[in-house]
Design a binder for this molecule. Structure first.
Ligand SMILES: Nc1ncnc2c1ncn2[C@@H]1O[C@H](COP(=O)(O)OP(=O)(O)OP(=O)(O)O)[C@@H](O)[C@H]1O
Ligand SMILES: C[C@H](N)[C@H](N)CCCCCC(=O)O
Ligand SMILES: [Mg+2]
Length: 222
Protein backbone atom coordinates (compact mmCIF):
# COMPACT_ATOMS: atom_id res chain seq x y z
CA UNK A 1 0.00 0.00 0.00
CA UNK A 2 1.27 3.45 -0.94
CA UNK A 3 0.50 6.19 1.55
CA UNK A 4 0.70 9.91 0.85
CA UNK A 5 0.09 12.97 2.99
CA UNK A 6 -0.98 16.16 1.22
CA UNK A 7 0.23 19.33 2.87
CA UNK A 8 0.39 22.90 1.62
CA UNK A 9 1.91 26.30 2.06
CA UNK A 10 -1.25 27.43 3.89
CA UNK A 11 -4.93 26.80 4.43
CA UNK A 12 -7.02 27.34 1.26
CA UNK A 13 -3.95 26.59 -0.84
CA UNK A 14 -5.64 23.76 -2.72
CA UNK A 15 -4.96 20.59 -0.70
CA UNK A 16 -8.46 19.22 -1.21
CA UNK A 17 -8.45 20.26 -4.86
CA UNK A 18 -5.12 18.53 -5.50
CA UNK A 19 -6.08 15.49 -3.40
CA UNK A 20 -9.28 15.07 -5.46
CA UNK A 21 -7.36 15.42 -8.71
CA UNK A 22 -4.74 12.93 -7.55
CA UNK A 23 -7.35 10.44 -6.32
CA UNK A 24 -9.19 10.77 -9.65
CA UNK A 25 -5.98 10.21 -11.62
CA UNK A 26 -5.18 7.05 -9.61
CA UNK A 27 -8.75 5.72 -9.82
CA UNK A 28 -8.61 6.25 -13.61
CA UNK A 29 -5.49 4.06 -13.61
CA UNK A 30 -7.53 1.25 -12.05
CA UNK A 31 -6.28 1.66 -8.47
CA UNK A 32 -8.31 1.20 -5.32
CA UNK A 33 -7.90 4.52 -3.55
CA UNK A 34 -8.91 5.33 0.04
CA UNK A 35 -8.85 8.76 1.64
CA UNK A 36 -8.33 10.19 5.12
CA UNK A 37 -8.94 13.68 6.49
CA UNK A 38 -8.07 13.13 10.15
CA UNK A 39 -9.00 16.56 11.49
CA UNK A 40 -11.43 19.10 10.09
CA UNK A 41 -12.94 22.37 11.24
CA UNK A 42 -15.87 23.87 9.37
CA UNK A 43 -18.73 21.39 9.14
CA UNK A 44 -22.44 21.17 8.51
CA UNK A 45 -24.70 19.17 10.83
CA UNK A 46 -26.46 16.61 8.64
CA UNK A 47 -28.72 14.03 10.31
CA UNK A 48 -26.89 14.55 13.60
CA UNK A 49 -23.45 14.07 12.03
CA UNK A 50 -20.84 16.80 11.51
CA UNK A 51 -20.00 16.65 7.81
CA UNK A 52 -16.95 18.44 6.48
CA UNK A 53 -16.95 19.46 2.82
CA UNK A 54 -13.39 18.23 2.23
CA UNK A 55 -14.40 14.80 3.53
CA UNK A 56 -17.47 14.71 1.26
CA UNK A 57 -15.46 15.76 -1.79
CA UNK A 58 -12.74 13.20 -1.08
CA UNK A 59 -15.40 10.51 -0.51
CA UNK A 60 -16.94 11.33 -3.91
CA UNK A 61 -13.58 10.96 -5.70
CA UNK A 62 -12.33 7.82 -3.94
CA UNK A 63 -13.60 4.32 -4.67
CA UNK A 64 -13.45 2.35 -1.41
CA UNK A 65 -16.98 2.96 -0.09
CA UNK A 66 -15.77 4.65 3.11
CA UNK A 67 -18.19 6.40 5.46
CA UNK A 68 -17.75 10.11 6.24
CA UNK A 69 -16.91 9.27 9.85
CA UNK A 70 -14.18 6.87 8.74
CA UNK A 71 -12.73 9.45 6.36
CA UNK A 72 -12.96 12.24 8.93
CA UNK A 73 -13.11 11.00 12.51
CA UNK A 74 -12.35 14.33 14.20
CA UNK A 75 -14.64 17.15 13.08
CA UNK A 76 -15.53 20.54 14.51
CA UNK A 77 -18.35 22.81 13.41
CA UNK A 78 -16.57 26.15 13.40
CA UNK A 79 -14.13 26.99 10.57
CA UNK A 80 -11.28 27.91 12.91
CA UNK A 81 -7.99 26.38 14.06
CA UNK A 82 -9.10 22.88 15.10
CA UNK A 83 -7.29 22.83 18.45
CA UNK A 84 -9.05 26.08 19.41
CA UNK A 85 -12.37 24.55 18.36
CA UNK A 86 -11.53 21.58 20.60
CA UNK A 87 -10.59 23.86 23.49
CA UNK A 88 -13.93 25.64 23.20
CA UNK A 89 -15.64 22.29 23.76
CA UNK A 90 -13.21 21.28 26.54
CA UNK A 91 -11.96 18.50 24.26
CA UNK A 92 -8.50 17.42 23.15
CA UNK A 93 -7.27 16.21 19.77
CA UNK A 94 -4.82 13.38 20.37
CA UNK A 95 -2.36 11.55 18.14
CA UNK A 96 -3.51 8.08 19.33
CA UNK A 97 -7.04 8.99 18.22
CA UNK A 98 -5.73 10.05 14.80
CA UNK A 99 -3.64 6.87 14.52
CA UNK A 100 -6.66 4.75 15.54
CA UNK A 101 -8.73 6.42 12.82
CA UNK A 102 -6.02 5.62 10.31
CA UNK A 103 -5.99 1.94 11.36
CA UNK A 104 -9.65 1.78 10.29
CA UNK A 105 -8.78 3.30 6.90
CA UNK A 106 -5.99 0.75 6.42
CA UNK A 107 -8.49 -2.11 6.92
CA UNK A 108 -10.08 -1.09 3.61
CA UNK A 109 -7.01 -2.62 1.92
CA UNK A 110 -6.68 0.04 -0.75
CA UNK A 111 -3.73 0.21 -3.15
CA UNK A 112 -3.19 3.85 -2.23
CA UNK A 113 -4.28 6.01 0.70
CA UNK A 114 -4.30 9.76 0.26
CA UNK A 115 -4.45 11.74 3.52
CA UNK A 116 -5.22 15.44 3.49
CA UNK A 117 -3.77 17.53 6.30
CA UNK A 118 -5.43 20.68 7.63
CA UNK A 119 -3.98 24.16 7.31
CA UNK A 120 -0.22 23.96 6.74
CA UNK A 121 2.49 21.48 7.78
CA UNK A 122 2.78 22.56 11.42
CA UNK A 123 -0.90 22.49 12.29
CA UNK A 124 -1.20 22.48 16.09
CA UNK A 125 -3.28 19.74 17.71
CA UNK A 126 -2.86 21.27 21.18
CA UNK A 127 -0.91 19.94 24.20
CA UNK A 128 2.33 20.59 22.30
CA UNK A 129 1.54 18.23 19.42
CA UNK A 130 1.20 18.79 15.67
CA UNK A 131 -0.52 17.01 12.80
CA UNK A 132 2.91 16.58 11.18
CA UNK A 133 3.63 13.99 13.89
CA UNK A 134 0.89 11.78 12.45
CA UNK A 135 2.47 11.88 8.99
CA UNK A 136 5.77 10.93 10.60
CA UNK A 137 4.37 8.12 12.79
CA UNK A 138 2.41 6.68 9.89
CA UNK A 139 5.49 6.89 7.63
CA UNK A 140 3.73 8.78 4.87
CA UNK A 141 5.40 10.30 1.86
CA UNK A 142 4.56 13.97 1.62
CA UNK A 143 3.23 15.96 -1.33
CA UNK A 144 3.47 19.73 -1.04
CA UNK A 145 0.86 21.97 -2.67
CA UNK A 146 2.20 25.45 -3.34
CA UNK A 147 -0.46 28.12 -3.72
CA UNK A 148 1.18 30.23 -6.41
CA UNK A 149 0.97 33.81 -5.15
CA UNK A 150 3.38 36.46 -3.99
CA UNK A 151 5.12 35.16 -0.85
CA UNK A 152 4.90 31.50 -1.86
CA UNK A 153 8.65 31.07 -2.38
CA UNK A 154 9.34 31.62 1.31
CA UNK A 155 6.32 29.54 2.39
CA UNK A 156 7.29 26.69 0.07
CA UNK A 157 10.93 26.61 1.19
CA UNK A 158 10.09 26.80 4.91
CA UNK A 159 7.52 24.04 4.55
CA UNK A 160 9.91 21.84 2.58
CA UNK A 161 12.65 22.41 5.16
CA UNK A 162 10.33 21.53 8.03
CA UNK A 163 9.22 18.30 6.31
CA UNK A 164 12.86 17.26 5.80
CA UNK A 165 13.89 18.35 9.31
CA UNK A 166 11.09 16.13 10.66
CA UNK A 167 12.68 13.18 8.86
CA UNK A 168 10.02 12.71 6.19
CA UNK A 169 10.38 12.47 2.46
CA UNK A 170 8.77 15.13 0.28
CA UNK A 171 8.31 13.15 -2.91
CA UNK A 172 6.74 15.87 -4.99
CA UNK A 173 5.18 19.28 -5.24
CA UNK A 174 2.31 20.84 -7.14
CA UNK A 175 2.12 24.41 -8.42
CA UNK A 176 -1.50 25.38 -7.86
CA UNK A 177 -2.07 28.42 -10.07
CA UNK A 178 -5.59 29.38 -9.05
CA UNK A 179 -5.07 33.13 -9.28
CA UNK A 180 -3.21 35.64 -11.45
CA UNK A 181 0.37 36.11 -10.39
CA UNK A 182 2.92 38.45 -11.99
CA UNK A 183 5.94 36.49 -13.24
CA UNK A 184 4.25 33.16 -12.59
CA UNK A 185 6.60 31.34 -15.00
CA UNK A 186 9.68 32.73 -13.25
CA UNK A 187 8.31 31.80 -9.84
CA UNK A 188 7.61 28.22 -10.95
CA UNK A 189 11.05 27.98 -12.57
CA UNK A 190 12.76 29.12 -9.36
CA UNK A 191 10.77 26.68 -7.24
CA UNK A 192 11.69 23.86 -9.63
CA UNK A 193 15.33 24.71 -8.97
CA UNK A 194 14.96 25.26 -5.24
CA UNK A 195 12.77 22.30 -4.24
CA UNK A 196 14.52 18.92 -4.48
CA UNK A 197 11.24 17.11 -5.11
CA UNK A 198 9.51 15.95 -8.29
CA UNK A 199 7.31 18.51 -10.03
CA UNK A 200 4.06 16.56 -10.11
CA UNK A 201 1.71 19.08 -11.68
CA UNK A 202 1.01 22.59 -12.70
CA UNK A 203 -2.70 23.16 -12.19
CA UNK A 204 -4.50 26.17 -13.64
CA UNK A 205 -7.76 27.61 -12.36
CA UNK A 206 -10.24 25.00 -13.55
CA UNK A 207 -13.50 23.76 -12.07
CA UNK A 208 -13.34 20.44 -13.91
CA UNK A 209 -11.51 18.03 -11.61
CA UNK A 210 -11.16 15.43 -14.40
CA UNK A 211 -9.17 17.95 -16.43
CA UNK A 212 -6.98 18.72 -13.41
CA UNK A 213 -6.48 14.96 -12.90
CA UNK A 214 -5.24 14.62 -16.47
CA UNK A 215 -2.48 17.19 -15.75
CA UNK A 216 -0.97 15.17 -12.90
CA UNK A 217 2.21 13.18 -13.42
CA UNK A 218 1.77 10.22 -11.09
CA UNK A 219 5.09 8.57 -12.02
CA UNK A 220 6.80 9.96 -8.88
CA UNK A 221 4.19 8.23 -6.74
CA UNK A 222 5.08 4.61 -7.51
N1 LIG B 1 -6.72 25.14 -9.41
C1 LIG B 1 -7.91 25.47 -8.93
N2 LIG B 1 -8.94 25.77 -9.77
C2 LIG B 1 -10.15 26.10 -9.29
N3 LIG B 1 -10.46 26.19 -7.98
C3 LIG B 1 -9.48 25.89 -7.11
C4 LIG B 1 -8.18 25.51 -7.51
N4 LIG B 1 -7.44 25.30 -6.40
C5 LIG B 1 -8.25 25.51 -5.36
N5 LIG B 1 -9.47 25.88 -5.77
C6 LIG B 1 -10.62 26.24 -4.92
O1 LIG B 1 -10.11 27.13 -3.90
C7 LIG B 1 -10.72 26.85 -2.65
C8 LIG B 1 -9.61 26.45 -1.64
O2 LIG B 1 -8.99 25.25 -2.06
P1 LIG B 1 -8.99 23.95 -1.13
O3 LIG B 1 -10.30 23.79 -0.44
O4 LIG B 1 -8.54 22.80 -1.97
O5 LIG B 1 -7.87 24.38 -0.06
P2 LIG B 1 -7.31 23.54 1.16
O6 LIG B 1 -5.85 23.72 1.16
O7 LIG B 1 -7.82 22.16 1.07
O8 LIG B 1 -7.93 24.28 2.43
P3 LIG B 1 -8.14 23.69 3.94
O9 LIG B 1 -6.92 24.05 4.71
O10 LIG B 1 -9.38 24.41 4.41
O11 LIG B 1 -8.36 22.22 3.86
C9 LIG B 1 -11.75 25.73 -2.92
O12 LIG B 1 -13.00 26.32 -3.17
C10 LIG B 1 -11.20 25.06 -4.17
O13 LIG B 1 -12.20 24.40 -4.94
C1 LIG C 1 -11.00 26.38 8.71
C2 LIG C 1 -9.90 26.16 7.69
N1 LIG C 1 -10.48 26.07 6.38
C3 LIG C 1 -9.08 24.92 7.99
N2 LIG C 1 -9.97 23.78 8.00
C4 LIG C 1 -8.31 25.02 9.28
C5 LIG C 1 -7.13 25.92 9.14
C6 LIG C 1 -6.38 26.04 10.44
C7 LIG C 1 -5.15 26.89 10.36
C8 LIG C 1 -4.49 27.01 11.67
C9 LIG C 1 -3.24 27.85 11.60
O1 LIG C 1 -2.18 27.34 11.21
O2 LIG C 1 -3.31 29.05 11.89
MG1 LIG D 1 -9.04 21.12 2.34
Amino acid sequence: MNEFFITATDTDAGKTYVARALVTALVNQGKQVAVYKPVSAGCELIDGELVNEDASLLQASANCRQSISQINPIAFAEPIAPHIAAEQLAQQITLPEIMAGYEQVKKVNADVVITEGAGGWRLPLGQGHYLSEFAKQAGHKVILVVNMKLGCLNHAMLTYEAIIADGLECIGWVANCQQDMPYLEENIAHLRQLLPAAFIARLEYCRDIDKAAASIDTSALV
